[in-house]
Design a protein. Structure first.
Length: 103
């Protein structure tokens, strides 16, 4: 049991460390369209991938606003929707990169 917990903590830590590096593909939720199909969700000049649902898009928009200095988060959605939570985190990270480069 302790070994499994240590392994989980190590894998999670590694994932967090790598998520800030370029070239890392973030997981997508829902079905993945065949190559060449599906509209990509682009917000503030960042491509968040194809076939994103409305919860994810709302999370991205709120996360980007937060990265730009206007804290915006639906705590209810963040707790209950994996799509919103992932979108918010991805939006905050991606839009935060462009906000820090403008400084």
């Amino acid at each position: 049991m302790k070994k499994a917990l240590r392994t989980t903590v190590a894998v999670t830590s590694l994932a967090l460390l790598l998520s800030g590096c370029g070239g890392i593909t973030l997981p997508s939720f829902g079905s993945t369209p065949a190559a060449g199909t599906g509209e990509h969700f682009v917000y503030e000049g960042h491509d968040f991938g194809p076939s994103r649902n409305e919860e994810y898009k709302k999370g991205v928009i709120d996360g980007c606003k937060t990265a730009e200095g206007i804290y915006t988060k639906s705590h209810k959605d963040f707790q209950s929707s994996e799509h919103y939570r992932t979108g918010w985190e991805n939006g905050r990270l991606q839009c935060g990169k462009s906000a820090s480069s403008k400084s």
